[in-house]
Design a protein around this ligand. Structure first.
Ligand code: COA
Ligand code: AMP
Length: 631
C-alpha cells in the first residue's frame, strides 16, 4: 500500500489502525481499545493495557535470540574512545542498575532526573527507570544549575543520576558542581544521587547523599521489568514555552511504544540489525526518541556520538562514523550540516569515506533551508528528507514516508502529514484556509498515540497553551501553509520561541534573566537570522535612570548572567543598550518589527505604534552591531 491508502485507511478507522500497529509490541496485557476519550478534549491511548518499555527495547530482543547483536555503539571523538554493547550486555547492565535503584526505594511512579552527557550510561539510566516504571526526566548538559533546579522543583525526583563531567571540544563541563548548586537552590531535595565517575574528572561525593555508579550496583539483585498501565508516564521532558517556566511534556508509555515502533519502518525504513544514527543529544526529544527508544524498540543498533559535526577532529567526522559503523539511516539538525558545509564547502571530505550503506539523511529541529538540502543531496547522493515535529509530539507530524513510499521531495517542505495527524491551517477565527494561504498550523484532536496527553502537574496550563485558542484542535505554535498537493510549509513560530542551532529557547525566559540585572529597567530579546544557527538571540536593554557606568560593562554582565542562569546553550552573546523600546499604544513590545529590521527584511510601520521615532533609534542600535544592513 502507498502513503495515500495508508493515510486514508487511518482516517477512516483510527481505532483499527492503531490496534493493528499495537500488535508489533509485546504486551503483558494487550489493549482491548485504542482511544480513551472519556475525558475529551484530553485523550489517552491504550489505557487498559499493561506493558513495559524496557522489555520491548531490550529483553524481547534477547529472548528472540538476538542477544549478541550490538545494541549501542559509543563513538566518542572527544575522548578518543569507542566501544560497543550487545543487547545481552545491555540487559544485564540495565537490570543491575534498576535493581540498585529499587534497593534504594525507587518504585513505579517515582521521578528520577538524569543529567548526563552522551555516554551509553545515559541510555542505561533511562531504560533502568523504564524497567521499574519510574518516570525519568533527562536534563540537557548545556543548561545551568538554575534551570536544573527549576526542573528538580517541578518533578520532585527521588533520585538524580549524573556524570562527573561532560566534554565539550573547548572545555570539560563540570557537571557535579552544577548538580550540587542546583540541589542547593531547589526547595525539593532528592534522597540520593548516583554519580558516574568518568576518567576525565573524578567528582567529590557528598557522603550520605552521593554514591558512585559502580559502588551503587555492587552485590544487588537485578530487577525484572514491571508492567505499567498504558497511560503511565514514561518520562517528562521539559521544553521552552512563552514564559520562563519550562513545560513538562509527559510521554505516555504505551502510545510511545506503538508510535515509535511504527515510525522506524514507515519513515526511517530500519528494522532488526540495521544501524541507525541520530546525531543529537539525549537531553532533547530527538535524543529520547531516536538515540534511545525507537532504534532499540525496533531492534536496531543505535549510535551514541559524543562529538560535534566539526572540530572533533574535522568536518569529516559524520562521514567517518557513517562509514565505520555502516549507518543505514542518519538523522541530524540542518545546523549541523551547515557547520560541516561551512568548513568543507566542496564536500571534499565526503569522498574519503565509503557511504554505500547510507540510504537517506533525515533533517529536523528547525527549517531545512534549500542550500543545505541541495549541498547534502549533491555530496551524499542519497535522498535528503526534512521532517517536522516537536517535543510535544515525540515523532514526526509531517514527513516523507520513506519506508512506505518515498514521495517526491519538495525543497522547503517537510512533506505530508503522517497517519494520526490531521493537520489544518487555520485563520485567526479558527476556520481552515485555502491551500497556499498562510495561517496557524493546528492538528485536529485527538492527537495520535505517544503524543503528550498533558503537562506534568499542569493540566490547566496544557489546556490554555494548546487547546484553548482553537477549540477541537491542538495548536502547534507554528505558522505556515499547505500547497495544492498537501505538502506542508513551516514558516515561523507564532509565539516567543526561537530556534538556535536546533535548540528551542524561550525569549520570555531570557527576558526574565535580563530583567533581574540591577541596572536593567526594561528589556526585550529577539531571534535574529544567523547563517549557521538559524537564529541567534539578541537583547535590547533600557537601563535604570542614573546608571552611569559604561554600557559595555552592563552588556558584559548581562551576557554572563544569561550563561549562569540559563546556560551556554542559550548562546546569548549580543545585547545593546537603547533608550526606549518600540511599543504599541497598549504597551506590547513590537518584537516582530524589530526582527524584520534586524534581518534587513521589508517592514511596515505598525498602525498601532506609540512613537514611530523609536524605530529609528532601534535601527541605529542594530546597525552598530552590523545588523539592519549595517556593516
Ligand atoms: N553540555 C555543556 N555545554 C554545551 C553542551 C552540553 N551538552 N552542548 C553545547 N554546549 C555549549 C557549547 O560548548 C557552547 O558553549 P560556548 O559558548 O562556551 O562555546 C554553547 O553551549 C553553544 O553550543 P552549540 O549550540 O553547540 O554551538 P557550537 O558553536 O559549539 O556548535 C554546532 C555549533 C552547529 C556545531 C552545534 O550547535 C550543533 O552540533 N548543533 C546540532 C544541534 C542538534 O543536534 N540539535 C538537536 C535537535 S535535532
Ligand atoms: P522542539 O520541540 O525543540 O523539537 O522544537 C519544535 C519546533 O522546532 C517546531 O515547533 C518548529 O518551530 C521547529 N521545527 C522542528 N522541525 C522543523 C522542520 N522540519 N521545519 C521547520 N521547523 C521545524
Amino acid at each position: 500500500m502507498g502513503y495515500r491508502d495508508i493515510y486514508d485507511g487511518w482516517k477512516a478507522d483510527p481505532e483499527a489502525y492503531w490496534l493493528k500497529a499495537a500488535a508489533e509490541i509485546d504486551w503483558a496485557v494487550p489493549p482491548t481499545k485504542a482511544l480513551n476519550d472519556t475525558r475529551a478534549p484530553l485523550y489517552e491511548w491504550f489505557t487498559d493495557a499493561r506493558v513495559n518499555t524496557c522489555w520491548n527495547a531490550v529483553d524481547r530482543h534477547v529472548e528472540a535470540g538476538r542477544g549478541d547483536q550490538l545494541a549501542i555503539i559509543h563513538d566518542s571523538p572527544v575522548t578518543r574512545t569507542k566501544h560497543a554493547i550487545t543487547y545481552r550486555e545491555l540487559q544485564t547492565r540495565v537490570a543491575s542498575l534498576a535493581g540498585a535503584l529499587r534497593a534504594k526505594g525507587v518504585e513505579k511512579g517515582d521521578r528520577v532526573i538524569i543529567y548526563m552527557p552522551m555516554v551509553p550510561e545515559a541510555l542505561e539510566a533511562m531504560l533502568a527507570c523504564a524497567r521499574l516504571g519510574a518516570i525519568h526526566s533527562v536534563v540537557f548538559g548545556g543548561f545551568a544549575a538554575n534551570e536544573l533546579a527549576v526542573r528538580i522543583d517541578d518533578c520532585t525526583p527521588k533520585a538524580i543520576i549524573a556524570a562527573s563531567c561532560g566534554i565539550e571540544p573547548s572545555r570539560v563541563v563540570h557537571y557535579k558542581p552544577l548538580l550540587d548548586a542546583a540541589i542547593d537552590m531547589a526547595s525539593h531535595k532528592p534522597e540520593f544521587c548516583v554519580i558516574l565517575q568518568r576518567e576525565q574528572e573524578v567528582a567529590s561525593l557528598i557522603p550520605g547523599r552521593d554514591v558512585a555508579w559502580h559502588t551503587f550496583q555492587f552485590g544487588v539483585e537485578p530487577a525484572d521489568c514491571v508492567p505499567v498501565e498504558g497511560n503511565h508516564p514514561a518520562y517528562i521532558l521539559y521544553t521552552s514555552g512563552t514564559t520562563g517556566a519550562p513545560k513538562g511534556v509527559v510521554r505516555p508509555t504505551a502510545g510511545h511504544l506503538v508510535a515509535l515502533n511504527w515510525t522506524m519502518r514507515a519513515i526511517y525504513n530500519c528494522g532488526h540489525g540495521d544501524v541507525f544514527w541520530a546525531a543529537s543529544d539525549v537531553g532533547w526529544v530527538v535524543g529520547h526518541s531516536y538515540i534511545c527508544y525507537a532504534p532499540l524498540i525496533a531492534g536496531c543498533t543505535t549510535i551514541v556520538f559524543e562529538g560535534k559535526p566539526v572540530g572533533t577532529p574535522d568536518a569529516g567526522t559524520f562521514w567517518r562514523v557513517i562509514a565505520e559503523h555502516k549507518v543505514r539511516s542518519f538523522f541530524t539538525a540542518p545546523t549541523a550540516i551547515r557547520a560541516v558545509k561551512r568548513e568543507d564547502p566542496e564536500g571534499t571530505l565526503v569522498g574519503d569515506y565509503d557511504l554505500s550503506n547510507l540510504q537517506a539523511l533525515f533533517l529536523a529541529g528547525e527549517r531545512a533551508d534549500p542550500d543545505t538540502i541541495l549541498w547534502a543531496q549533491r555530496h551524499l547522493k542519497v535522498p535528503v528528507i526534512d521532517h517536522w515535529w516537536q517535543t510535544e509530539t515525540g515523532y514526526a507530524i509531517a514527513a516523507n514516508p520513506f519506508g512506505i513510499e518515498p514521495l517526491p521531495v519538495k525543497i522547503g517542505s517537510p512533506s505530508v502529514a503522517m497517519p494520526g495527524f490531521d493537520v489544518q491551517v487555520l485563520d485567526e477565527g479558527g476556520h481552515p484556509v485555502a491551500p497556499g494561504t498562510l495561517g496557524a498550523i493546528a492538528i485536529k484532536l485527538p492527537l495520535p498515540p505517544g503524543t503528550l496527553p498533558t503537562l506534568w502537574n499542569a493540566e490547566e496550563r496544557f489546556r490554555k497553551s494548546y487547546l484553548a485558542h482553537f477549540p477541537g484542535y491542538y495548536e502547534t505554535g507554528d505558522a505556515g501553509y499547505v500547497d495544492a498537493d498537501g505538502y506542508l510549509y513551516i514558516m515561523a513560530r507564532t509565539d516567543d520561541v526561537i530556534n538556535v542551532a536546533g535548540h528551542r529557547l524561550s525569549t520570555g525566559a531570557m527576558e526574565e534573566v535580563l530583567a533581574s540585572h540591577k541596572d536593567v529597567a526594561e528589556c526585550a530579546v529577539i531571534g535574529v537570522a544567523d547563517d549557521l544557527k538559524g537564529q541567534s538571540p539578541l537583547g535590547f536593554l533600557c537601563l535604570n535612570k542614573g546608571t552611569n557606568r559604561p554600557h559595555a560593562e552592563v552588556v558584559k554582565e548581562c551576557i554572563k548572567l544569561m550563561r549562569d542562569q540559563i546556560g551556554p546553550v542559550a548562546d546569548f552573546k549580543r545585547a545593546v543598550v537603547v533608550d526606549r523600546l518600540p511599543k504599541t499604544r497598549s504597551g506590547k513590545i513590537l518584537r516582530g518589527t524589530m526582527v524584520k529590521i534586524a534581518d534587513g527584511q521589508d517592514w511596515k510601520m505598525p498602525a498601532t505604534i506609540d512613537d514611530p521615532a523609536i524605530l529609528d533609534e532601534i535601527t541605529e542600535a542594530l546597525k552598530s552591531l552590523g545588523l539592519a544592513g549595517g556593516i
